[in-house]
Design a protein around this ligand. Structure first.
Ligand SMILES: [Zn+2]
Length: 464
């Protein structure tokens, strides 16, 4: 049964709305309802002070300590968030065993909203953040870690210690399957220029001349190279899985794909998918989330072609500024976004393996869409790590096993081109082997549209 929890502020927090908003994510996990009702049986005291005497806490209150230094850091520092013992953020000068002496809420809020990136990379012209430039790398982590999850879990752990009745997590381990469509052949070329590019990539980048040969063979044997929507959906259906395909609607930049969604046979294929249990999402063109209202126009254009609502999105090339991405997704009227992850690393870029609601700290505005973090992408395995298929499979298991354990919900990306067998030979097999393994782990494997209602309901319940 839902536990009513009063949130009590002592002193002026770094941002009152952001504290409540961030705490609601912990409440979703723990089945709590945050209230301002002073008669609630349980209390979380969020204290922004250096003076313990100001904190009038009852024995079974959960106390979280913050300070002016937190607000100062968030407003003006270009340094990574300070970590103390047990990797807890913003360690406090006061130390008491029965209190949380670190601002786990400010830390989670800053990590989930890519606050470090926004402060330090606001004028970067193109591209994605490299792992080495991310704050987690800069504080010495060897790989991304779900720190925001750990920090919010600290609040639930403290509550258990105080004897609060806690219900078992209702979360089911969930994988949102997504396929970015970065290439489809032209009307007359059967994709020959693209396969030549893939062959050069095997020889020069991956140094696998045998794979270059395999690509050529595969290409000659394909009746309809790259056009593998049906085959992918059939293979997923066999495993009880559903997925989404992300499509680009405009060619405005040299990095944008040049297929046209209105052309046959693409148009019919997309309409059929949109009317099925699978999903068509928008793959924002290269500059879409960096240009005012472009994403909204692209969403409308895609809806017109497929004859169905478009609810999800991923920015092509992950080319975005955090603040503008979140604003653009909201303004485009989308229900969820899938862009937060690394290009050259695997794991939780926003520190979380759960869908979350972004918060704009500059405008003091809670966004009304879901960010579904992606933690794994086929091309990271093939390009950054230069893995052979077997290594790619084992590494993927290593990344996903702790998320299964935590009953998280994350997205993974396997490009349609990869699943056509025309990018990195053997990697199409890795994907389906991974689905089989995920099945054994009890994962739900779905498209984003199947989940939004569920999160929406859970979110609404977190606040009285
Ligand atoms: Zn793309």
């Amino acid at each position: 049964m839902t536990l009513r929890v009063q949130l009590v502020f002592v002193g002026e927090p770094f941002n009152r709305e952001a504290v409540i908003h961030t705490l609601r994510h912990a409440a979703m996990r723990a089945d709590w309802q945050i209230t301002l009702d002073a008669n609630a049986e349980h209390r979380i005291v969020y204290a922004t002070t250096d003076d313990a005497n100001e904190i009038d806490a009852r024995p079974n209150d959960v106390v979280i300590l913050s300070s002016r230094a937190v607000a100062d850091h968030l407003q003006s520092s270009d340094e990574p968030f300070p970590l103390g013992a047990n990797r807890l953020p913003f360690p406090h000068s006061l130390q008491r065993n029965d209190w949380i002496c670190a601002d786990v809420i400010a830390g989670a809020c800053a990590a989930m909203n890519l606050w470090y990136e926004e402060r330090t990379r606001a004028d970067v012209r193109d591209g994605w953040i490299a792992w080495r430039d991310d704050w987690m790398a800069r504080v010495g982590l060897s790989e991304p870690a779900p720190l925001a999850d750990e920090w919010l879990a600290e609040i639930v752990r403290a509550a258990k210690q105080k004897g609060w009745r806690t219900s078992e997590s209702r979360d089911a381990f969930t994988i949102v399957l997504t396929h970015d469509v970065d290439y489809l052949p032209g009307a007359f070329d059967r994709g020959l220029p693209r396969v030549m590019r893939a062959i050069a990539r095997q020889i020069i980048l991956r140094r696998r001349p045998l794979d270059a040969m395999r690509l050529l063979m595969r290409y000659w044997q394909s009746p309809q190279p790259y056009f593998s929507f049906d085959a992918v959906m059939r293979a997923e259906a066999l495993r009880g899985a559903r997925s989404s395909f992300q499509l680009v609607v405009a060619h405005r930049h040299r990095f944008d794909p040049d297929y046209a969604i209105a052309r046959e046979p693409i148009a019919s294929a997309l309409q059929k998918i949109a009317a099925s249990d699978w999903e068509i999402c928008l793959h924002g063109s290269y500059a879409a989330t960096r240009t005012p209202d472009m994403l909204c126009a692209e969403r409308i254009g895609l809806e017109r072609e497929i004859g169905a609502p478009v609810r999800g999105h991923r920015q092509h090339y992950l080319n975005f500024y955090p603040s503008r991405l979140f604003d653009a997704v909201e303004r485009a009227g989308l229900d969820y976004d899938l862009s937060v992850g690394y290009n050259d690393a695997s794991g939780a870029r926003a520190g979380t393996c759960f869908p979350y609601r972004p918060f704009n700290l500059t405008a003091n505005h809670a966004h009304n869409f879901w960010e579904i973090p992606f933690v794994l992408m086929d091309t990271t395995l093939a390009t950054t790590h230069c893995f052979a298929p077997r290594e790619a499979f084992q590494y993927s298991q290593k990344i996903l096993a702790p998320i299964a354990q935590a009953r998280g919900c994350v997205a993974l990306i396997w490009h349609l081109e990869q699943l056509s067998g025309l990018l990195d030979p053997g990697f199409e097999r890795v994907y389906f082997d991974l689905l089989d393994w995920l099945c054994e782990q009890g994962a739900r494997m779905v498209a984003g549209k199947h989940l939004v209602r569920e999160w929406q309901d859970a979110w609404t319940q977190t606040l009285e």
